[in-house]
Design a protein around this ligand. Structure first.
Ligand code: AHG
Ligand code: MN
Ligand code: MN
Length: 341
């Protein structure tokens, strides 16, 4: 008997953690896992555009070739629509929420927010990209979901996860009882438990932010950055700078080795760049579940109020001690009172 535990087996085992559950959340997670495998297959073929057809052309199967973020969006929407557990989807790729209104979704209990392809500018250069998802229990009563179903704070998430399409493909998720990571074994087409009970180191020696925007960083971030670059044996400084430009990949690395990822407010993005609902909240939930911390520079990401579907927020996320230190600098040099609303 093999010792390998697949994502499907693990999800069924963990259902016992939720004694009154009827298995809907398990099925939802399974559907996301299936869509992730399909997206993974296409991501792996990304460099073959010259052979298989450029975006906009008709490929050999007679299908029009789509940008991968559009393709990923369609795959996740399709998977979430047929399962019968999800009654609405909020996606980075769609201005409005997508209502799932079919026979299967009539009694659906959940809504899903998703960034179908994160780091999409990295696709053409063979650098890791990801998918981020966040699951909430609906607040509306029946029928298709409503915008109010998504106006819940991150603390209300029932589950969250990401897929990283990297040198190997992994799915990492939490239902609020720790974080578990599964690596796709392409030979059997299954995600297999490879990183049980992931815990983030309390500190690390990697900082991750787009230093090209330095001139426009808040003073607190500028001063923290200088702190990262100073020499100090006790705190293992200078830290190393690593920036992939896919939040999923940068945060996944930091989750494993320790580190901090910052996307602050800048002149070009005065409210930060990343989206609260389907990027920051799910990543924050996972990081907190792994023992790390996530804030907007002054307060906890998961407690921010959602005022619109695509709202942005600054993000400071990673190892607890490092985020605490960055927050000290923010408090001292960029106190909330000095920031524009
Ligand atoms: P997306 O591809 O979903 O639009 O997200 C890209 C995000 C995030 O993944 C990454 O950390 C950040 O944008 C990179 O932004 P910069 O190029 O401004 O550094
Ligand atoms: Mn993104
Ligand atoms: Mn995206």
């Amino acid at each position: 008997m093999s010792r390998v535990k697949t994502l499907g087996q693990f999800i069924i085992e963990k259902q016992a953690d939720f004694p009154f559950s009827k298995g809907e959340l398990s099925r939802l997670l399974r559907d996301i896992g299936i869509a992730a495998k399909i997206v993974n297959r296409e991501v792996n073929k990304a460099g073959l555009a010259d052979i298989l057809g450029e975006v906009g052309e008709i490929n050999v199967q007679g299908e029009s070739v789509k940008k991968l973020d559009v393709f990923a969006n369609e795959q996740f929407i399709a998977a979430l629509s047929v399962g019968g557990e999800c009654c609405a989807i909020a996606s980075e790729e769609n201005e409005e929420i997508i209502l799932v209104d079919n026979a299967q979704s009539k009694n659906a209990k959940y809504v899903v927010a998703i960034d179908p392809l994160d780091g999409s500018s990295n696709i053409d250069v063979n650098v890791s990209v990801g998918t981020i998802f966040s699951i909430y229990r609906r607040v509306s009563l029946t029928g298709p979901g409503t915008p109010e179903d998504f106006q819940q704070r991150g603390t209300e998430q029932v589950a969250a996860g990401y897929v990283i399409y990297g040198s190997s493909t992994m799915l990492v998720y939490t239902t609020g009882k720790g974080v578990n990571g599964f690596t796709l074994d392409p030979s059997i087409g299954e995600f297999c438990l490879s990183h049980p009970k992931m815990m983030m180191p309390k500190s690390g020696k990697t900082y991750s932010l787009n230093e090209g925007n330095y001139l426009h960083f808040p003073d607190g971030v500028k001063k923290y950055l200088k702190y990262c670059q100073e020499e100090d044996n006790a705190t293992r400084r200078p830290y190393s700078s690593r920036y992939i430009g896919s939040a999923v990949a940068d945060i996944h690395r930091n989750l494993i080795t320790g580190g901090i990822f910052i996307y602050p407010a800048t002149a070009a993005s005065p409210k930060g760049k990343l989206r609260l609902l389907y990027e920051c909240n799910p990543l924050a939930y996972i990081v907190e579940q792994a023992g790390g911390r996530a804030t907007n520079g002054s307060s906890r990401i998961l407690e921010q109020e959602i005022t619109s579907l695509h709202q942005r927020t600054p993000l400071f996320v990673g190892s607890e001690d490092m985020v605490n230190k960055a927050m000290e600098f923010m408090q001292k040099y960029s106190p909330v009172s000095a920031q524009q609303g």
